[in-house]
Design a binder for this molecule. Sequence first.
Ligand SMILES: [Fe+2]
Ligand SMILES: [Fe+2]
Length: 346
Amino acid sequence: MRRLSLENVKLGMVIGEDIFNNFDVMVVSSGSIINENIYKLIKRMDLLDILIVEKSIEGEKRVVVVENNVQKTYDDTVQSFKNLFNNVKFGKQIVADELTDILAPMLDQVNSNKLLAKSLWQIEACDEYTYDHSVTVSMAAALLGKWMGLGENDINDLATAGLLHDIGKCNIPDEILKKPDRLTEEEFKVMKTHSTLGYLLLKNGKGFNDSILSGVYQHHEKFDGNGYPNKLREDDIHQFGRIIAVADVYSAMTSNRVYRSKMSPFQVAKLIMEYSFGYLDPVAVSIFLSNVGNFYVGTVVKLNNGLIGQIVMSNKAEPYRPLLKVDDEFVDLSKDHSLEIVAVID
Ligand SMILES: [Fe+2]
Ligand SMILES: [Fe+2]
């Protein structure tokens, strides 16, 4: 390891220390590879030099390292968000610039890691639901934004809105937020104020645009007009609100370990489709699930009848019923509804 002055730091080098910004938030963790986002980030900071582990990692090896890095990026983002959440709880103003730093490594994964959709499923969550959930929603919302063809600024803003969508929960009393049993009607009413509280926190914060504010404010509105706080319908719900709602349901289902250990991504996809009918934006749901499905083409899976096959083609209309090849025969799950994928064998 050696210290290099900033002008000698190059892409592909591996950082040997945690780097903190002026708000004392860790923005790059030790072991990170310097990519374009990290490079821009450290150039913007008042650093004299940086501890570097290796000179550079080229070619294939680099790709592998980046993929293994998803869990680390995720863990670091959860940690930074946890600090932010607790600071806001004690009255600190939220500043958009701070979020840019926290989200940079994750957005880099969204932009560059082609297998991120698959990794999202494999990520091991820590035990504190609100923090994990916020990071998963942020990542899934940014990915969905990308698949819906949004531009880079919108994708960045979506990641911010996703990360902060439940920030209002920091103003919900712990007795309600952490209550292990079912909430009473009164308690549920209080819980439901979190989207408005979050909106107000950001409105009183610094640097958040209208899309981010709407995304946070409207993430519990439902397509059929039965959501809260304003019972908005369909396109009256801001696109960010509709996208975050899809990411929210995905996260709620996949972060539940019981689901994850008992169900395959395909079974969860089916559940999301059925469960969300009427209240999530059907176009957003379909784009999300069919893109996730695409990442599994080529994967070996097990069916509920015990047979093992390989996915050869995804199915856009019903992403959980792809075309398989079992031995030398094709099995079309869209034709045979008695069959379903119960496990992914990697
Ligand atoms: Fe929420
Ligand atoms: Fe949520």
